[in-house]
Design a protein around this ligand. Structure first.
Ligand code: DAH
Length: 337
């Protein structure tokens, strides 16, 4: 019997000092395993004298059960401890600020471009496109801009070769569309244009929106109506508008459209050079020569055209005084739109 008591005592010593699951597994093998101490005692039961055997046997059985029970409980306890330890080391601070993903947004020029397109589309205009690398023919010749015209000056135009340029305006799209389609026409052509120029109000690349409406009875009052509606939608319905005679080779008569100065409300200031008016776009009745070169019969059709600078419209709308701000990519500027 003494051997059983010391077995139990040895087990208790070991189990009380074990602190991890591997240690516990070793104890289990040592006592309850196939070749363990308890198992071998059970196997040796027959060598115990018959009169001592019942008591010895039942005590051994109790010890066996006790050891198994204790191992089970200890295992639960150790697993619990290990989980607790893991939770401690993996603890996250939910009060720390999260990782911030900044959102992008549309560039102000594209926002205004969309707004301009929406206004004209709502009036029934459709959208056309043309190439940015353009033939001299479409950019100048077919628009009745003769060889000596200042717009062809080497200072202003980026020449790719003798007869290929980076388009200096969106007007060539007028001719390209007329060559392909028969009237009635009601189109706008937004896009990038290029001029060799850079200062507070010029960048080498900027955007324009061209407009063209052609049918059998289009008059100057149609032009006025469409552009007034556009300006009132874009700048607000109380904006004063005036048409001032001007000159463009591709329109006759030609006009420039002014709006009441938004900086001084028409009183006269530095921006409007004390006139109280700001120029916003160019327009006119399509020159019969342009119709002719596009393959339209000039006595059959009339039409109007207009062209505006998107950067200029944006600067006027938001009182921005330097065009270069659009292309410096300073987020402090861009985030305001
Ligand atoms: N193409 C002209 C420019 O870039 C703007 C313009 C003026 C376009 C009058 C037109 C127009 O269609 O009729 O300065």
């Amino acid at each position: 019997m003494d051997d059983l008591l010391s077995l139990k005592k040895a087990f208790l010593d070991e189990i009380s000092s074990v602190s991890d699951l591997t240690g516990l597994q070793n104890i289990r093998t040592k006592y309850s395993g196939k070749k363990g101490l308890v198992t071998s005692k059970l196997k040796a039961l027959s060598s115990i004298p018959p009169d001592e055997r019942p008591l010895y046997g039942s005590t051994l059985n109790e010890i066996k059960n006790f050891i198994e029970e204790t191992l089970k409980n200890k295992e639960i306890l150790l697993k619990e401890n290990e989980k607790e330890k893991r939770l401690q080391t993996e603890k996250i601070d939910i009060t720390l600020p999260g990782k911030f993903t900044p959102f992008g947004r549309e560039h102000p020029i594209n926002q205004v471009l969309s707004e301009i397109k929406d206004i004209f589309v709502s009036m029934g205009f459709s959208i056309e496109e043309g190439p940015e690398v353009e033939l001299d023919y479409y950019n100048f010749e077919a628009l009745n801009i003769p060889r000596h015209h200042p717009a062809r000056d080497m200072q202003d135009t980026f020449y790719v070769s003798d007869d290929v340029v980076l388009r200096t305006h969106t007007s060539p799209v007028q001719v390209r569309v007329m060559e392909k389609k028969k009237p009635p026409l009601k189109i706008i052509a937004p896009g990038k244009v290029y001029r060799c120029d850079a200062d507070i109000s010029h960048t080498p690349m900027f955007h324009q929106v061209e407009g063209l409406m052609v049918d059998t009875e289009i008059s100057f009052s149609d032009l006025k109506g469409v552009l007034e509606l556009f300006i009132h939608s874009f700048f607000g319905k109380n904006t004063p508008v005036r048409f001032r005679p001007s000159y463009f080779p591709f329109t006759e008569p030609s006009a420039e459209v002014d709006i009441g100065c938004i900086f001084c409300a028409g009183k006269g200031c530095r921006v409007c050079k004390t006139t109280g008016w700001l120029e916003v776009l160019g327009c006119g009745m399509v020159n019969p020569k342009v119709f002719e070169m596009s393959g339209y019969m000039p006595d059959e059709y009339t039409g109007f055209a207009f062209g505006m600078g998107v950067e200029r419209m944006t600067m006027l709308k938001y009182s921005i005084d330097d065009i270069r701000l659009f292309y410096e990519n300073d987020l402090r500027f861009l985030k305001q739109f």
